[in-house]
Design a protein around this ligand. Structure first.
Ligand SMILES: Nc1ncnc2c1ncn2[C@@H]1O[C@H](COP(=O)(O)OP(=O)(O)OP(=O)(O)O)[C@@H](O)[C@H]1O
Ligand SMILES: [Mg+2]
Length: 263
């Protein structure tokens, strides 16, 4: 049984078939990319996988457990985290606090309640120490020490995207969904993000699904790639296989290096 399996997944919005019979497997430890032009259905696929949308038909299995039809927080508890196409951080909270929010599935006594119990050896105090330790580990891992106490709203865009990644890691996921982690970044920020994604694969062994428009990046870091167009799967394979596929060349790669990227 594959680590992660999507089988004949379909969803429509009114008359629009946003996804039609999408099937693929992902092995543990892989970076599996999903590419395709704007409106192809990539984010919709993520929304079906993490429970924001309920697919009309088909199945999503993670380590043989059924995920389709479950609510997002239930799915998060099964070990799945994601980042969003647009930054969704709390701009008036600092880096630590934003990353701490990723611990929500583990927190039993209220996020900052423990702070008032500090030093009292209470259950809440001990729980908070554990969560803070985990958050500190992530801050160290992503090299965010210099901004740990800064409000995220005033930080550079690339740093905010990295903090979002940190928040997803705080969930200690086994499967991480990244929706355009490099969108809107300058080339230096992109290089940094590519480095972190590789590091997450190598050091933490986390399996990733990655939506990305930048073809250089996709070809560089993906183990396998699924190509969508108009809600349908065109092909799936290694970067070398996908690059040569005639339909991909026609539908996607033919025009430019980074195609149809307006987000
Ligand atoms: N909740 C919704 N209601 C109606 N239509 C939707 C909804 N969500 C997505 N769609 C439509 O489904 C299609 C696929 O959208 P989706 O956001 O998945 O594209 P995408 O591949 O992520 O594109 P992009 O590269 O621009 O992010 C689009 O035509 C979109 O308008
Ligand atoms: Mg999208």
């Amino acid at each position: 049984m594959p680590f992660f399996n999507v089988d004949k997944l379909s969803i429509s919005f009114g008359g629009l078939k946003a996804l039609q019979d999408i099937s693929f497997n992902v092995d543990k430890g892989e970076i599996f990319a999903i590419i395709g032009p704007n409106g192809a259905g990539k984010t919709t696929l993520f929304n079906c996988i993490n429970g924001i949308y309920k697919p009309d038909s088909g199945s999503v299995l993670f380590k043989e457990k059924k995920m389709h039809g479950k609510k997002p927080d239930k799915i998060a508890r099964l070990g799945l985290a994601r980042t969003f196409q647009n930054i969704e951080l709390f701009s008036h909270m600092n880096t630590m606090e934003n990353i701490m929010l990723g611990r929500h599935i583990y927190i039993k006594t209220g996020i900052f309640h423990g702070a008032t119990m500090w030093g009292r050896r209470s259950y809440a105090g001990k729980e908070e120490i554990t969560h803070r330790r985990k958050v500190e580990e992530i801050i160290d891992f992503l090299d965010l020490q210099s901004v740990r106490n800064k409000f995220v709203g005033g930080l550079p865009y690339g740093t905010q995207k990295l903090i979002e990644l940190g928040r997803a890691l705080a969930l200690e996921p086994e499967l991480l969904l990244l929706d355009e982690p490099c969108a809107g970044m300058n080339s230096e920020e992109k290089q940094d993000m590519i480095f972190w994604i590789k590091d997450i694969q190598d050091e933490l062994g986390i399996t990733m699904l990655l939506i990305e428009h930048d073809m250089n990046m996709v070809m560089d870091i993906s183990d396998r790639i699924l190509v969508l167009n108009f809600g349908k799967s065109i092909t799936e394979g290694t970067p070398q296989e996908v690059q040569r596929h005639p339909e991909v060349l026609k539908a996607y790669l033919g025009e430019d290096e980074t195609v149809g990227h307006d987000s």
